[in-house]
Design a protein around this ligand. Structure first.
Ligand code: ADP
Ligand code: MG
Length: 241
């Protein structure tokens, strides 16, 4: 089972991972309210479907992009109305696409660089494996194919749990220094804790970004749960209302 990006980010936020402020919306009124709450120069309108590749997706009426970064309320409204109740086809949806019934309106980030960070369950060893790359963003699949050496894997034994040396290894692989190492460690600790407490099989942050001040935040998130764990996860989570 998957949850939407906005739900995944709410979970991450609850575990201390910095995410841009945002509001979900399912109709024109909610879109207006959400847009009016956004502070800053950039507004991002994001289709909420259970598939990735939204940024490069196409709607079945030809409208391009299931994720739009815009600079005015009017442009955000136009993008939102173009997406809502329209069908989005991405590299991950198959040709039938998915109908967009929910949008997420979030604050934009002035991105310096996009990284990839995920924790996945290795079923064979029952270990969590951290996967990280400096080449995050919308082309991570191509990176995995053509330059797999740019992807770092760090296994974490459940008996020791996540340790500072794991965090440092990942931080250095991503080229972080000083306070960024601390920020990455906090993000990894929160994500790792959430991974186990919510019985996730995958927590993926793509992109994890640095902004122009060098600060880290999670701009996209995907969480997949073990189907056997659905009930417990829903029951114990604060976002499932
Ligand atoms: P998907 O992976 O489904 O294409 P993302 O949420 O990763 O969707 O968005 C695609 C791209 O849009 C990101 O790689 C990033 O460049 C940009 N983006 C997403 N959210 C924001 C944001 N809050 N601020 C600025 N740019 C963003
Ligand atoms: Mg993404």
């Amino acid at each position: 089972m998957n949850i939407h990006e906005y739900q995944a980010k709410e979970l991450l936020h609850n575990y201390g991972v910095p995410v841009p402020r945002g509001y979900s919306a399912t109709n024109a009124g909610e879109v207006d309210t959400a847009i009016s709450k956004i502070e800053g120069d950039l507004i991002v309108v994001k289709s909420q479907i259970h598939a990735g590749g939204r940024g490069k997706g196409t709607f079945n009426d030809g409208y391009q992009g299931g994720v739009k970064v815009v600079k005015s309320s009017e442009a955000a409204q136009t993008a939102a109305m173009a997406m809502l109740n329209n069908t989005l086809v991405t590299a991950q949806t198959g040709p039938a696409g998915r109908k967009v019934q929910t949008l997420y309106v979030t604050e934009g980030c002035d991105i310096a660089h996009e990284y990839y960070l995920a924790i996945v369950l290795d079923r064979e060893t029952a270990q969590a494996v951290i996967i990280a790359s400096t080449e995050g963003g919308m082309d991570i699949e191509a990176v995995a194919e053509s330059t797999p050496e740019k992807i770092t894997r760090v296994a974490v034994s459940p008996s020791t749990g996540l340790r500072p040396f794991h965090c440092r290894e990942v931080a250095y692989a991503l080229g972080f220094e000083g306070d960024q190492v601390k920020q990455l460690s906090k993000i990894l600790s929160g994500t790792y804790k959430m991974f186990w407490e919510k019985n996730a099989m995958l927590v993926e942050i793509n992109p994890l970004v640095t902004d122009k001040e060098g600060n880290l935040s999670a701009l996209d998130a995907k969480v997949s749960f073990d189907d056997n764990a659905i009930f417990n996860t829903l029951r114990s989570s604060s976002y499932a209302t």
